[in-house]
Design a protein around this ligand. Sequence first.
Ligand SMILES: [Ca+2]
Ligand SMILES: [Ca+2]
Ligand SMILES: [Ca+2]
Length: 137
Amino acid sequence: MKKFLFIAIIAIIIAALGVGGWYFLLRDKKNDINAVITKNEKTETAPAKPEVDAGTLELLKKFADDQDRDGIKDEEEKAQGLNPNEFDSDFDGLSDKLEIEKWKTDPLKKDTDGDGFGDGKEIIRGYNPLGAGKLEE
Ligand SMILES: [Ca+2]
Ligand SMILES: [Ca+2]
Ligand SMILES: [Ca+2]
């Protein structure tokens, strides 16, 4: 009777080890699958490393204080009542900088001389945006 009990206990221990081993094996496999899934997800969702080349960096630095990139700094545009986010504040087809420096037209007036034709239109057609007549060649 004692011998039988001993064998029974041994059998239970072996069975327990077997189940435990099976459990661990399964758990490891599950972990492996999870690891693969996580790995795949990581590769798929990993944000691309932003690659900013030297030229772009230089531009970003150059225009850091010039949102509309028209060559006039934001501060200066605000001081002059211009739109720092719009390189052509009056939408006449000429950039603020061109109007101020080249054509001497009003960057806030679409039609500086008030003749009914916008500054940009006049210049394209060869007319003087500051008054009567054609542009001097
Ligand atoms: Ca600007
Ligand atoms: Ca303009
Ligand atoms: Ca005009």
